[in-house]
Design a protein around this ligand. Sequence first.
Ligand code: DPP
Ligand code: ZN
Length: 874
Amino acid sequence: PQTVHLKDYQPPAFLINQVELNFKLEPSATLVTSLLHLQRNPAHPDGRAPLVLDGQQLKLLSVEVDGQPLAASDYQVTENHLTLPQPPAEFVLQTQVEIDPANNTALEGLYLSSGNFCTQCEAEGFRRITYYLDRPDVLARFTTRIEADKEAFPVLLSNGNPTEKGELDKGKHYVIWEDPFPKPCYLFALVGGDLHPVKDSYTTSSGRKVALEIWVEKENLHKCDHALESLKKAMRWDEDTYGREYDLDIYMIVAVNDFNMGAMENKGLNIFNSACVLADPKSETDMAFHRVESVVAHEYFHNWSGNRVTCRDWFQLSLKEGFTVFRDQQFSADQHSPAVERIQHVALLRTAQFAEDASPTAHPVRPDSYIEINNFYTLTVYEKGSEVVRMLSELVGWDTFRKGSDLYFERFDGQAVTVEDFVNCMAEVSGLNLDQFLIWYSQAGTPQVKAEGRYDAEQKTFTLTLKQETPPTPGQKDKQPLLIPIKMGLVSRTGHPLPLEIDGEFHGTETVLQLNKAEQSFTFHHLESEPLPSLLRGFSAPVKLSYAYSKEDLAFLLQHDPDGFNRWDAGQQLALTTLQELISAQQQGQDLELDPLLINTWKQLLEGQPEDPLMLAELLQLPSEAYIAEQYECVDIDAIHIARDYARKTLATALYPEFLRLYHLYTSDQPWSAEAQQLAARRLKNTCLSFLVVTDAAEALQLAEQQFQQADNMTDQQAALTCLAHAENNQPGDAALQAFARQWARDPLVMDTWFSIQVTRPHPDALDRVKALLEHPAFSMKNPNKVRAVLGAFAGQNRHNFHRRDGAGYQLLANAVIELNKTNPQIASRLVLPLTRFQKLDDFRKGKMKEALERIQQEKLSPDLYEVIQKALV
Ligand code: DPP
Ligand code: ZN
């Protein structure tokens, strides 16, 4: 496999102005005829360069130039290319190919999902449909004619507007679609199938009426309302917040069951994993509702950040993804609790993304090389990329950021651009020099910031010293200091925010320090007594910040920090410190004893009438095993699990009456509603239930059983089922699981959660259950959602069982990866990642993991898997 480097970028030798595609859809032999209006690109250095088109797994039937068939000697065909050595400067190329959607298990290009035709072209799937310049900087106008059997495929969709349709002989029909906006081929989409629409319309701020359509299988028609409402909210929000209006007359979303990603922002025709569009309260949880809303918004926002302005090359992927994730996070914060939204994003970032940034597959937000671009749709490109955009917005301020974004969209509309183009817009409107800031895009690894505070009682000053260091990552030994915005304040020991005076300048009670050297000090004046610093408010930079707080300080900040995010984080640090003491005790063979400070702090949280029940539910989450592991250079899987489990049980036992009181307080017999208060009540109540049940009290199990049977919504039903199925005594859980499977056997999305609940069972029988579930009739290796629900959830969320000392968890995953390597390389390459995270484990487990990887390496690997395994085993 070949490595592609950012530094080798060259503009394309040819441009394509116009594309006319003609599809004759047949499951095993679809005919694709393509007419490309080509012309030499004056920006290319070599005016005599050959035309090299990308194409994979295509059966080439004919090639014509300006209507004249070419002889076989006039072109070359290889596994990946069709080359015309001496083409004219401007001409029309017609190719005809045959493809086999029915056997396309990779789910890239044109494939069948539940009998319906659909496409996935990002990043490089279009080359599996026809010969083309499959790169994002070639933008063309597309006309698409689709022909198919009318009975089997009554609905035929593509990008843009439908311009013509009609009946043909032999029960066939056709539709022609025209997309007026030039686009790269990764945004092409086609759908053909027996689908049904839910329709609505939206009037834009300038008064244009847009038809909205969600296309699903008949049995899912009742699950579309939430996506439709979310779409309308997102359209309004983007007008209000970014001044961006939708541009076509129609916006369509199609739900498909087999999909590698969450969803895809094809121009005017989004294709979605059904898990990210369908939602009904009876069968989907509040979390699923939230996911649908945010993914619908995300894909909609791409219409500007991605489609109207796109990426020059795939190294710039974060240009559209980081910015769009930032936009969808802002949107969610505006719809819900901003602090809780922030908490949940940060929790994901600093477990999973930080782990990625410290792993063999670590890469900068803008990678500088890749073998398979599909391997770079990562948390680093998406989530860290979004953090980088967030820092920019903090540095220049929202109003200026908005000006910069307007400038970016105006200046680059219809173009394929780079990260520098975006950052330069921000520099231009703000007048700031952002050269150092750009290092965030090119330097991998999570920066560590050590903070130290010194109070001088005589001078009445507090000096904060900040040191930054980024650990080496593969291929990047030496790191440069970054520009790190540290939002902070000082809190008095009586719990009041203090005015900040630095070098005679007043900053109110909150400021953003700009750390841009390896070490820097900031001195605050006129402080009558020693303050407590509240640092990195709102998680203002994606760094690991440490400060030597005492546990009492943390308990104090948990109560008094004016920043909601930092209150939560103080609670997390308090719990973490307490858990780390238990872990040490466990490692030294001592008896475990939970610090009463944590119990008392939680007791205070649980007393009285909670001000913010949603936030309280967040405060009651103990740090995950993955986040605890992040704190160690050498990770003790078993001690972490035992300590956390012990802490949970001890808290649950000590605070049983408090949890029970709140459980009842927030249990109501009102019917389900999506309203915020109810949503918060469900979350808090179910958090309490999970603590009650770990005590194994008969009363608690009964409450869970009762809730399981009586729930009128999936949030409550699933929460109760999880409690029962994760209880040590497996009897009530197994009975509930059976009942649940009978109730929901016909709903594949609900069955996904049924699988996940079982494979995340924290007891030693989990692995055997996974093995049995892989044989279950509802499981299929061909369906990515099922693979994620069983194997992904087991390896990712059942850490200590996946890391069993006998290596059986590793072997199980390796077997699945070997199988998927042959059918769906993208999914195989994702699934293998947990096996590559052995750096901080004990030698014994390391050995077992490497053994599993080496066994996979014996196979004939796809480029996807080759790249990951080779990085892991260097
Ligand atoms: N479907 C992916 C996303 O929207 C890739 N563009 O992020
Ligand atoms: Zn995206």
